[in-house]
Design a protein around this ligand. Structure first.
Ligand code: ATP
Length: 271
């Protein structure tokens, strides 16, 4: 799978031609990044049942970078991603999407930001069963009242090798095809950031490899920013950077990770 030349990538290009690749570190504040958080705390429950899922996290993800978030079970990966993506609200701290402070937005505006500026990719493909593949892909645009860019749509679906399957419903597609439809849906709006939660978790290894290559290519060729939560060191090795979490805090980072380096880091964290 190769990645088409994109139509327009206003966000990824202008301010940071280096794509943030060399400058991002896990302890810098949120501003100036595609997405990030400052002093993020997330507390669930109260009293004896209280859990501090995030315990003062400072993190920035550079534009045009493919980042993986890893760590032992319960370390706060999903919580961090959900807070960054505006799916959950931190107890305190600030979440930035570009120059927008998500934590300062009222619910309605946050919904619009999620719809218009963020792409989502989950382990379960979350396609609507009654819609065709094409209708599923175009849904975010439809909800936004935006007209599809047919050329862009054609390029994405060609690159993902699903052009022949667009009239089919999800139940008529393989798991790998369904996930590729979900990828097309995540990219169709030209989002500033794609958040992916275990995107290869439900795929066979060949489909998973294809998907990771595509995501990698979208970063390389389109300047897409991708933030992925994964348990899989091989999946993480496709990223430019791995951020390690432990007990709700940043435990380290690995630039240009190999699966062995990730495995060793996780072993040290007890994951
Ligand atoms: N809605 C919730 N209510 C109460 N506690 C929660 C809730 N969501 C998460 N937690 C707790 O917060 C901590 C962090 O959870 P989180 O799901 O972010 O971890 P994770 O690193 O993604 O874990 P895993 O790898 O198992 O998916 C855990 O102790 C979890 O039990």
């Amino acid at each position: 799978m190769s990645v088409p030349n994109g139509p327009r990538r206003d966000a990824a290009s202008s301010e940071d031609p280096a794509g943030g690749l060399s400058t991002a570190t896990s302890t810098e504040p949120a501003q100036g990044y595609a997405t990030g958080g400052s002093a993020l705390v997330k507390v669930y429950g109260s009293g004896a049942a209280q859990v501090r899922a995030l315990d003062g996290v400072d993190i920035g993800f550079g534009r045009g970078q493919f980042s993986a978030i890893m760590g032992p079970s319960g370390s706060g990966k999903s919580t961090l991603m959900h807070c960054l993506a505006g799916l959950d609200v931190p107890t305190s701290g600030r979440v930035m999407l570009g120059d927008t402070d998500l934590t300062a937005l009222p619910d309605k505006k946050l919904t619009l930001v999620r719809r218009d500026r963020i792409g989502f990719l989950f382990q379960s493909f979350n396609l609507l069963p009654t819609l065709t593949a094409e209708q599923n892909i175009l849904l975010p645009l439809e909800l936004a009242g935006r007209k599809p860019d047919r050329e862009w749509l054609g390029r994405i679906t060609d690159a993902l090798d699903i052009t022949q399957r667009l009239k089919h419903r999800p139940s008529e597609l393989s798991g790998g095809q369904q996930q590729r439809v979900a990828v097309a849906r995540a990219l169709v709006t030209g989002p500033e950031v794609v958040f992916a939660d275990e995107p290869t978790g439900a795929l066979d290894s060949q489909s998973g490899t294809n998907l990771l290559n595509f995501l990698r290519g979208s970063v390389r060729d389109l300047g897409q920013t991708v933030v992925m939560v994964t348990h899989d060191p091989v999946a993480a090795s496709y990223a430019d950077r791995v951020v390690l979490l432990a007990d709700g805090g940043i435990a380290g980072q690995i630039d240009n990770p190999t699966s062995d380096a990730v495995l060793e880091a996780l072993r040290q964290l007890g994951g």
